[in-house]
Design a protein around this ligand. Sequence first.
Ligand code: GLC
Length: 803
Amino acid sequence: MPEQNLFPGKYGYFSPDGREYVITDPRTPRPWINVISNGDYGLTFSQGGSGYSWRTDAQLNRLTRWEQDLLRDDWGKYIYLTDEAGHCWSAGWKPVAAEPSEYRCRHGFGYSIIESRNFGIRSVFTIFVPNDEPCEVWILELKNTSKRTRRLRLTTYLEWCLGVAPDWHREFHRTFIETEFDRDAQAILARKRLWEIPTARGHWNASWNYVGFHGCSLPPNSFDTDKETFLGRYGSIQRPRGVMGTSLAGRSGKWLDPIASLRANFVLRPGEERVVCFTLGAAGSLEQARDIAQKYQSQESAKGALAAVGQRWETLLGTTSVTTPDPALDLMVNYWLKYQAISGRIWGRTAYYQTGGAYGFRDQLQDSQVFLPIDPARTRDQILLHARHQFKDGSVYHWWHPITEVGLHNDMSDNLLWLPFVAANYIAETGEVAVLRDREPFLDDSAPATLFEHCHRAIDRVWAKRSPRGLPLIGAGDWNDGLSAVGLDMKGESVWLGHFLHRILLDFSDIAVRLGERNRSVEYRGRADLIREALNQEGWDGEWYWRATKDSGEKLGSKENKEGMIYLNAQTWAVIADVADETRAGQVMDAVERYLEHKAGPLLLVPAYQTPDANIGYLSRYAPGVRENGGVYTHAATWAVLAAGKIGRGEMAYRLFSKINPIVRGRKPDEYFAEPYVTPGNIDGPDSPHYGRGGWTWYTGSAAWLFRVAMEGILGIRPTTEGLLIDPCIMPTWKVFRVRRKFRGALYDIEVRNPSKMIAGVSALEIDGVTVHITSRSRGVLLPVFPPETDHRVVVTMGKPWR
Ligand code: GLC
């Protein structure tokens, strides 16, 4: 049987193996992009061939210019082609946007390819970032499919940025850039004598310490590095003067509006093919720039590097896999969520809707959880990196930039707690409580302290800031950045933060025992009891938990409020954090279903705020229904899946998962707009006229979490310090599913059978062909920890737990 494309739609489909998303029409409702990164160098690439490149930090070290214009999407690094008849087109559609007779854009893991046919010339334009070099490689394969001999002229074009150069200051910045053409290396080189970042030598007194290069495998017929001669005065990038002429102006030096453009002219006979390779990068030295440019003049080197990229992703994505009755869940969990989290969020930290570059204290810590079942050492590195960005009083940077280490120190009350939260998850995964004895300095004290100390300083700081009735203070916001003015006077409270702290106190109480810290364990357990009581007494609103109080004492998220009457996080985390007892857990999830759940998933709050409230913050200033103001905020929506699974509502957990699954939303692309292969940060809620429209794709903390909640909340494969727990909470119609996962170095091949249409509960267990008697009365079953490097086959049968 021929292999079928998956989830075909108006603008594209997944390849039969699910490893590529193939776009068949360049006019997608918004740019549908790929974020490609090797952990240092990276680029964005849209279905129109636009995008930008950076090294290490997309904001401080941008290699090429790009403006955030999602409607035109015409900033990029382009390849133009012209022929003897004066036809002009681009290998990636934009910026010429000629009508191609064939077009496909294939976004894959670590690469994108645009295949098209224009005026009888077929082109395959592959772009990727090699695993270990600060550069990108473009492979352009051309074939003359017409019956005539063609005289082709190929011209590349990009604008240098080289560091930080805001658009409102480009006239200033361009005077520091100098370019030259290196004939031997067949490359344009670019340097900048100013880098607007703080350094030891002063804010305005450093050079950009890289060499930008753009090379070509064919000896260029000519080049240009001046936008004025290339474009023509008042010209346009759709039909630049340089592209239409026989050769480029050959200008270089210090006095230009700096670009890079290379020209190659050649003849293609009917049926003839030709491959041209290009490089673009930011090298640490002139020597390295030349070496890389020359290395990728060879097609073999380029193709070899591309194959190595494929292998790297195969290892990263292949370590865990699931097979369930839902292929849309499988596709997201097996490939795309992990890819998005790693390539986009942890390595690239940037996309189209937001150019980041910095590390968010809470953001990349949460993202790094995606590595737990893949390569937990990477999570550990992230934990230790963030520990180094904590102050001695326990507070942390809200975000900081690599390269400069400049960060924002504010009163967001939750940031610091993500350190113990993720550390506890790391310990559950690895059993390695010893990580807490690793030492890292503080930002304001170079004497290294144990990770345990870093964690308890965070916990103790939040604990110390409570209201008279024992609820934690919200400060400049908690997880919700938009609640930016609720508690600036340090009086307003946060119920959600209370739930979160409760979870951490419970976990760290257990961890402290294993670390031999008995007193602390008892202390934390006692605090957990106190805060749980306060939350249940003071934070309960009758049918659900209210969300916060302002400095004035006025509540948010209460039935007393006309707008913002109920907030999602205060409900989901009551369940996740074991604050709510069984009855209340049921009640709050009922309220989620009744008030918050809509067609595109659970909303962050309802109803949306219609007018700005100076004592809430910028959340209330968004258009109603958008982002945190009553949209589906995907990051938070994932927690509803976890909470539903936890209380045994399998149907609800799966339904919520599916509603926010981009493949499902993407079935109505003209309503949804966003890429169907990655999660969006938000989807408009019912208070917006664009109800159902997704946005802010790629750069969202929802990817790693959606992966985790599918694995743990639905499939129920949960790491605990004692071992791997199997506790599914699924659709009763699911007959069987399978999960392959590593745990502490051993490979678990788990098959879960469901012959009696259960939602949850495990009644039989077989390990490597041998039946194991289950003695536990709980819903799930705990698997033993096997020696590393061993493989085990586990068969779990669902049924009424043993009683
Ligand atoms: C943004 C922030 C994240 C925050 C969320 C909710 O995604 O990066 O840290 O938790 O918004 O406001």
